[in-house]
Design a binder for this molecule. Structure first.
Ligand SMILES: Nc1ncnc2c1ncn2[C@@H]1O[C@H](COP(=O)(O)OP(=O)(O)O)[C@@H](O)[C@H]1O
Ligand code: SF4
Ligand SMILES: [Mg+2]
Length: 367
């Protein structure tokens, strides 16, 4: 990446695969993804539910090991490959150098202990400091995440807090040892819109202040636009498009990304053009479609796309930007120009000189 190649990657993931053996066969949760997280930067990972985002994130921390996952590839963090790192060394790394914030705060806050005590324990698990020092650090961190009365909140139990305060407490817990990398997995999905914006603002501020790297996982491109420097779009266990954030929003290349963009509300766009959902639902990772995994839902699929599996490749003339789609780059550009102008996929296909598939004509607008 032009912006990135000068900066060293903190985490480099190469061809990561995570599979589960199930009664119905092998489930390919993560199918050969590669990405870099640069120091002090935020990588946004976006995709619908079931695309492998959480499994990919948990694997970085070794948390899919106890689930019986079969894992291959490389995950180089500060010179060490996390794939092969012994459990004990991974445990030492967790919370100290890499921390995670989950969608549900109750998955990392113990319901039966006061918040303050949990933070003190988190500090003392990694630092040889007195209880008084650990407590001072805990209160400082609670203040840092915007909790108005840290001493009072420290005495409360997680269930006594509002959703927003609980999420702040969990972020304080994750950051109390100043990790180099924070993985935030849908950290605001459970919250209402106002609190969501506050928490995202908080994460962005902390990321900058602590010059920490962050992986922010979401199903919402709006969240990516506000917080990420780089973006990877996941579909069916793979990355189908990756780019610096500005480039992805200005010139999206993958039909799935177009679908995500068209399905989110935008200011200044006439109501009838808003919120065009992507037709169909994401595939089961047990039985993935042949060829391009997106073809059953893709309005632009051509006959060979159900046979040929596209690789993730750089976009011609944009080495920072990669996409996995069999359409010619010029055709994609024409299609996106049409969609951006408010045309339907069928109209865009005709304008780009491609045959609109018979069944696509019969589908409702935006399908
Ligand atoms: N422990 C597990 N055993 C078997 N399959 C799993 C396990 N955990 C997750 N999966 C499967 O892995 C796939 C990806 O899930 P996940 O990473 O949670 O998706 P996302 O976070 O993108 O919604 C899903 O098909 C899910 O059912
Ligand atoms: S390869 Fe074909 S089916 Fe897959 S995203 Fe591109 S146009 Fe759609
Ligand atoms: Mg998830």
């Amino acid at each position: 990446m032009s912006r990135g190649s000068a900066e060293e990657a903190l985490l480099r993931v190469e061809d990561l695969r995570v599979e589960f053996d199930t009664e119905d066969g092998v489930l390919h949760a993560v199918d050969g993804i590669s990405y870099e997280v640069r120091r002090g930067r935020t990588l946004g990972i976006v995709g619908e539910s079931g695309s492998g985002k959480t499994v990919a994130a948990l694997t970085v921390l070794g948390l899919t090991r106890p689930m019986g996952a079969r894992t291959s590839g490389r995950m180089i963090f500060e010179g060490r490959d996390l794939i092969t790192l012994p459990d004990e060394e991974l445990r030492a790394l967790r919370g100290e150098e890499i921390a995670m914030v989950f969608q549900d705060p109750l998955s990392s806050l113990h319901p039966l202990y006061r918040v303050g005590a949990q933070l003190v324990e988190a500090v003392q698990a990694h630092r040889d400091v007195s209880k008084a020092l650990a407590r001072a650090r805990a209160l400082e961190m609670l203040g840092h995440v915007g909790i108005p009365d840290p001493a009072r909140l420290a005495e409360q139990y997680p269930f006594e807090l509002s959703g927003g305060m609980r999420q702040r407490a969990m972020i304080a817990m994750a950051l109390v040892n100043e990790p180099r990398l924070l993985i935030a997995d849908e950290p605001t999905t459970a919250l209402d819109v106002t609190i969501q914006a506050q928490i995202l603002g908080l994460l962005e501020r902390l990321q900058r202040e602590l010059s920490m790297a962050m992986i922010l996982i979401t199903h919402d491109l709006g969240v990516i636009a506000e917080t990420a420097h780089d973006v990877a779009v996941m579909y069916a266990g793979r990355i189908v498009e990756a780019a610096p954030v500005d480039l992805l929003f200005a010139d999206p290349e993958h039909p799935y990304t177009w679908g995500l963009l068209r399905s989110r509300p935008r200011l200044g766009v006439p109501r009838e053009q808003e919120l065009v959902p992507i037709a169909g639902s994401p595939p089961s990772l047990l039985h993935r479609p042949s060829g391009c995994h997106f073809h059953p839902r893709c309005p632009y699929a051509q006959p060979e796309h159900s046979r040929v599996d596209p690789a993730l490749e750089p976009v011609p003339g944009a080495p920072d930007h990669s996409v996995a789609c069999l359409l010619a780059a010029q055709t994609r550009r024409q299609l996106w120009a049409q969609l951006r102008a408010g045309r339907t996929p069928e109209q865009a296909l005709v304008a780009a000189g491609l045959p609109a598939p018979e069944d696509a004509r019969a589908l409702p607008r935006g399908a």
